[in-house]
Structures are given as structure tokens and as C-alpha cells.
Design a protein around this ligand. Sequence first.
Ligand SMILES: O=c1nc2n(C[C@H](O)[C@H](O)[C@H](O)CO)c3cc(O)ccc3cc-2c(=O)[nH]1
Ligand SMILES: C[C@H]1O[C@@H](n2cnc3c(N)ncnc32)[C@H](O)[C@@H]1O
Ligand code: SF4
Length: 331
Amino acid sequence: MHRRVITFSRNVFLPLTTVCINRCGYCCFCTPVGEGCIVPPAEVLRTLEAGTALGCTEALFTFGERPGAVPGFDAELAKIGYADILDYVYDLSLAAIERGLLPHTNAGILTYAELDRLREVNASMGLMLETTADVPAHRNSPGKDPAVRIEMIENAGRLSIPFTTGLLLGIGETMEDREESLRVIRDLHRRFGHIQEVIVQNFCPKPGTAMEGAPVPGTGEICATITLAREILPPDVAVQIPPNLIDASRLVSCGVNDLGGVSPLTIDYVNPEHPWPQIEELRRVAGDAELRERLCIYPQYIEKEWYSPRLAPLIRRLAGRLAASGGARGA
Ligand SMILES: O=c1nc2n(C[C@H](O)[C@H](O)[C@H](O)CO)c3cc(O)ccc3cc-2c(=O)[nH]1
Ligand SMILES: C[C@H]1O[C@@H](n2cnc3c(N)ncnc32)[C@H](O)[C@@H]1O
Ligand code: SF4
């Protein structure tokens, strides 16, 4: 019988800026404009180089949405010589590629033109749908309007960008809302074929946020959502859970087949209180399944050549390296 496979990616997390135009009720990531609100180039380069040395393959650029719309941000950005944060992430993506890491950017809402430009230097991109429901946690976050999120995921599809999206569980949505969100993602994938993975992420309360005292989703509910995701989504779409936010060993049997990006170097800046498990721990989580390292662009999109020519040599080299090491087995 074919052994089940559970995948993961080795990444460095680069939170370029914590400034954000939205105010999600669950988020502790975003901060006001001020000293240190932008990670300077030298620090990013150091992290990229250290990540390469540790065998990472992915540079995860995740940061606040439309920081340039927050008063005072552009003046801070000008200090490092940039007029737009997306110019900064573009240049750093090139730096990542030069150093052997494949960029994956999740910068919140981007326009068609912005996606088109970043596509040149990103092997995959992402945006959590979060939920199709209208929830109080998103009252002060225009970028979390489901219609706006769906439109961006459509645009990524039109541009053939291998794409990561997902649900955030426990932010005020019902089980029916989760089902609807999964159907929306499935329909997007039917139209464009670009959804490579769907993250089922559990909300973790953060002190000082509006949802500090909100109940967390239980393991049973999370498992039920994973089962639902596996039923609704076609088999070529991976279901990912973050192994630092939940005891993944109990959820693998519900149908999870990916453990996302884990880092030997950087913390999860969105959930800083939750350290990454080490690879040995992931192996325990995988149980009888084979734990296999992957790139941030999934194999079927490498085969279809859904990437810009700039990325071709690096994708070929890294895919070759993983194949030679037998995924994570020889790592
Ligand atoms: O380390 C994290 N990685 C997150 N990732 C990254 C993800 O685990 C990997 O980068 C992808 O699997 C690509 O390899 C996200 C990526 C997205 O596009 C959208 C949302 C997330 C959410 C997280 C997250 O909260 N923490
Ligand atoms: C990068 C992704 O992190 C998720 N995110 C933001 N805040 C939290 C939290 N408190 N708990 C869990 N996930 C969170 C959102 O889904 C966002 O899209
Ligand atoms: S979750 Fe993203 S969009 Fe929402 S406040 Fe935090 S950084 Fe901004």
C-alpha cells in the first residue's frame, strides 16, 4: 500500500513591517508607526543568509496590510530609501532568490497590478480568506471584507500564481460559515486551478486585544472542520494546520496532509508565544505517515511551470536537492 505523506516547508519568517491599515480583533502583530516599525535591510539580509545556512528553502514575507495608508509610515520608509513597501519586498525577494530562498509573500490585499509585479519574484503567494462571515472581529478591518479577499484570490488565479489561503477558526463564525468559506475556496480553485493549500488555523487569544477573553475552538470542532475541508476540497489541494498552534498529532487522522512552514531560525511573529516544533517532533506528529519536506511551490505547479523564468534555476536546484535527500528522510 502507498504510505501516506505529510509535508512541511523549512522557512524564515520576515515580518517586514508591523504597521497595518486594519485592526483585527484577534491580532497582536500590528503596532503604531514609530522607531523600529520596519525591519531594516541589513537585518533581513542577515536572516536570509542564516536561513540558507540552516537549510531553509522559503523566505516568508508576511506583514501589515497597506502600511503606506497609515499616516507617518512613508516618512519611516523613506529613511531606508523606499517610497513603497512593495518596492522593498520586491528587492528583498530578489535578495532572497540570490541567496537560495524562494519568496512567498502574504502582504494582505494587493491589486491585480501589484500581484502581477510580485509574481516575477515569488514562487507562491498567499492570503487567508479567514471567513466569508461578517464578524465583529473584522469591523475595523476593511481588508477583511470577504468580497475584497475573494476578488484578490480571483486575481491571483487569473495570473496563475500558486496560492495559499485558509480559514481562521474561532473568530465568531459558525460551522455553516466554515462550510460556505470552504465551498468558496473550492469554487475559486475550480475556476483557476491555483489553490495549492488551505490552512485551517485556530484562533489563539492575545492579551490586550479585543478578543483576549474569547473562547478558543476545541479540538473536536477543529477536527470536524478538517474533515469537512477534506470532503469539500479536491485531493490536489493540501489541508494544512500550523503545528505550533495545536497538537497536530491528534489531527493528522482527521485528514491533515501538510504542516506548513516551520522555522529553525525565526519565531512565528503572528503567534510569538507559540514556538515551532523541531523536525523530530514533526516526525512524531506524522506517526506512520512519511514526513516529506516540500518547497513553497507545490510539485504540480513546478511541473506546470507556473513560475517566472527568474525563479527557474533556483526551483530546479532546490527541487533536486529535496529529491536527492528523499524529502525529510535524509535531512
Ligand atoms: O508561520 C506562519 N506561517 C503562515 N503562513 C505560511 C505557511 O505556513 C507557509 O509559508 C506556506 O505553507 C508556504 O510554504 C501563512 C501563509 C499564507 O499565505 C497565509 C497565512 C499564513 C499564516 C501563517 C502563520 O500564521 N504563521
Ligand atoms: C497571517 C495570519 O495569521 C492569522 N492570525 C492573526 N492573528 C491570529 C491569532 N490571534 N491567532 C491565530 N491566528 C492569527 C490570520 O489568519 C492571518 O491571516
Ligand atoms: S491580522 Fe493582518 S490585517 Fe489583521 S490587524 Fe493583524 S496584521 Fe493587520
